[in-house]
Design a protein around this ligand. Structure first.
Ligand code: ADP
Ligand code: MG
Length: 332
């Protein structure tokens, strides 16, 4: 199977919303009047972002999910994406489930594949997504990192740390009862992009980012770009590690390897969570609760934005917790 058969067979589907899809030199998108295009690109590299033997269905899902998560963080509605794929061989047993995982998530979000590039090489997946954001009275409704204000509440969606826990189990540094590993592994391999929540937060959140490198590291980007500081309640963050709540019930035997300190590190700096971290004025708490309900996404208030720069961590009793947590950074 050559390059063009491969594209035809696995990646070409009839265009839906796009004015022109796969098959010509360019795809054509028609943004609705009064909207801006939100564009984001994320690359997944074997050995760096995933193991060589990962299930191709989940890899297809994750490659698109991490990109949709960026659209969610901007409050953008997914429209279309391109796929640049380097593959060692045209292996149909890999391509078929990869395409299935990719299109299952794409279809769930009405986001269509409109083009890409296919080449032989070490496995590498690069997706660019295009989303739509309305412009109202000349103002973009996109959520940015730069809008947090002193006094705002700080929220995070969903759960934290479970993806990192699964990664540590796969690396062999900790062990976990099978049912808990299955749940944690889903968080690592098939994260849920919080697109509906991002849309519901338009005109409500003052700043937003998706948590990909770790909660505190990504919070640092909001603080820096907004010129503010924050206080985070570590006990509330710790409570968001789903596996931790279930851990004793599922039986231990490996408890020593999963000390509480590690749980907290995974919650605050685990990475690969793909949750939304956002700020909103305290006066809008009811509206945030309504946004969580309409998007069917759990949201937890974990802290507040301060005028004083820097990041302060407090435990449940209000005692300072030293910040020794480092989020992921390439080349660091
Ligand atoms: P060109 O060389 O003109 O850039 P290609 O021959 O690489 O185009 O690709 C032919 C068509 O197939 C183009 O429309 C391109 O966007 C599309 N395409 C190539 N690879 C992929 C892929 N992995 N997924 C979706 N579309 C693809
Ligand atoms: Mg061409």
């Amino acid at each position: 199977m050559g390059e063009f058969d491969l594209i035809e067979r696995y990646f070409k589907r009839p265009a839906r919303q796009a004015a022109l899809g796969v098959g010509d030199d360019c795809a054509l998108l028609q943004p609705a009047p009064g909207t801006q295009l939100a564009i984001s690109c994320d690359m997944l590299v074997q050995g760096r972002h995933f193991f060589a033997d990962v299930d191709p269905f989940t890899l297809g899902h994750k490659a698109l999910a991490v990109n949709l998560s960026d659209l969610a963080a901007c409050g953008a509605k997914p429209l279309a994406f391109t796929l640049a794929l380097a593959l060692p061989r045209a292996d149909e047993a890999w391509l078929a489930p990869f395409a299935q995982g990719l299109f299952a998530l794409a279809d769930a979000h009405g986001c269509e594949l409109v083009g890409g590039d296919t080449t032989q090489g070490p496995l590498n997946i690069c997706i660019t997504v295009f989303g739509e954001v309305p412009v109202l009275n000349g103002r973009s409704q996109a959520l940015l990192r730069s809008g947090a204000r002193a006094g705002d509440d700080l929220y995070v969606s969903g759960t934290l740390g479970d993806a990192r826990l699964a990664l540590e189990v796969l690396r062999g540094t900790v062990s976990l009862p099978a049912p808990l590993l299955a749940a944690a592994r889903l968080r690592l391999e098939q994260p849920t992009p919080r697109v509906a929540l991002g849309l519901a937060l338009r005109g409500l959140a003052t700043a937003a980012i998706d948590v990909s490198d770790g909660l505190l590291g990504d919070l640092g980007h909001i603080l820096q770009q907004s010129g503010v500081g924050a206080t985070v309640n570590t006990e509330l963050a710790l409570a968001l590690v789903a596996a931790r709540a279930d851990y004793p019930a599922a039986g231990t035997g490996s408890g020593a390897a999963t000390r509480p300190a590690q749980w907290l590190g995974w919650a605050l700096a685990g990475g690969d969570d793909y949750e939304l971290l956002f700020t909103a004025p305290t006066s809008r708490r009811d509206a945030v609760a309504a946004a969580a309900r309409t998007s069917q996404t759990a949201v937890t208030r974990i802290g507040q934005i301060d005028a004083e720069r820097g990041l302060r961590l407090l435990d449940g009793k209000g005692q300072a917790v030293p910040n020794t947590y480092t989020s992921f950074e390439h080349f660091a």
